[in-house]
Design a protein around this ligand. Sequence first.
Ligand code: PMP
Length: 431
Amino acid sequence: ELENQISRRKAFLGPSLSTHYHNPILVERGRGTFLIDFRDQAFLDFVNNPASLGHCHPHVVRAAAEQLAQLNTNTRYVYAELTDYAEQLTRLFPEKLHVCFFVNSGSEANDLALRIARAHTKAQDFIVMEGAYHGHTEELIKISPYKFDGKGGFPQPANVWKVPVPDMFRGDHRSDSNPARSYALHVKTALDKMKTSGKRPAAFICEGMLSTAGYHPLPPRYLKQVYELVREEGGVCISDEVQSGFGRAGEGKMWGFELGDAVPDIVTLGKPMGNGFPLAAVVTTKELAASFANGMEYFNTFGGSTAAMRVGQAVLEIRRKRDREEERRRAVGRHLKKELNKLRDRHECIGDVRGSGLFLGLEFVRDKSSCLPAPGLTTYVVEASRCRGLLLGSDGIHNNVLKIKPPLCLSRFPCLLLLLLLLPLPLLLLL
Ligand code: PMP
């Protein structure tokens, strides 16, 4: 059955569509923290962050089904679901972020964010983080060095300025007393070079918590300092919260940028927003929305559809109930990180454990003294976990960071399974 599916995929969908794992999973159902395959084997999902409330959450499914049965149309009609959801969503942000644009994917959200930044600043240049991924459109390919840097015929264009990841594990400034300032200086250098070449910044775009770049937490005050520098030169600050948004960062924070004590001008949202239903958004200030509206109508057939808005509301309804559970969720994230840190102390091959909430990265190295990345070992762990019914993934500039992003409803027991799997690592490596 699996082989048949794979050969038909190749035939009808072409070779560029990849799958997870050497031995891909033919999935049939999802329930809470589990994905279940066609043989009824359950896999603990530690990596799919759109299903942040758990797979196929019944309240969200019911809301979608009821709305689809009643009405699903576009924003050229007036309906309460749109304004109600926009109002509920903006309430989750600092006051100045007050206007929403609804789209269908994280890529669309980031693409629109760049357009808004350009319309507001009349500038064309962007500062991006090395190792970042912001989406797959023609514009976003250029600002996503993680996937597209010089690959597939997409060289970095001249209007994109890359700055190094604030890597506190092995980066240049790891032992500085003020790493935020040192890393922010890279942004200052990019801005200075821009000026010398007669250019101005349209925007600085960065995730609230870095994902593809290696799950590095941004040093405290980094975002604050960078935002100040960018704004001094007339640029706007975009926080891509497609991965880090909606409470993933833990610590009682809804958005990654809150960990940096900074307020962006534009926020982009996606993945967990509809718990798997295509729903994404740009949230920005009245001022930027006005610049964008100048001579340009915004319309998106499916963005802001009645069904998407109802799903978004259902997700927030559950979140509000779960907010009472916030303390439990925080405790699970802290417990997991603490136990992973104990493993790091025992195992020579675990160089670093970082992140917060249920957004954790575990970096594999050849040994602690050289800190040389161990991408082969990372792939081995991901594949071995899959064979034992636990779904993980890898990321980072050297592809040696195990990413851990389970649904937020995770309890302590599945954490134990992950820890048991990693415990005998040194023995496995001897085999
Ligand atoms: N931004 C970030 C940080 C992402 O991780 C992704 C997807 N992996 C996107 C944007 C693009 O989102 P989508 O795949 O929904 O277009």
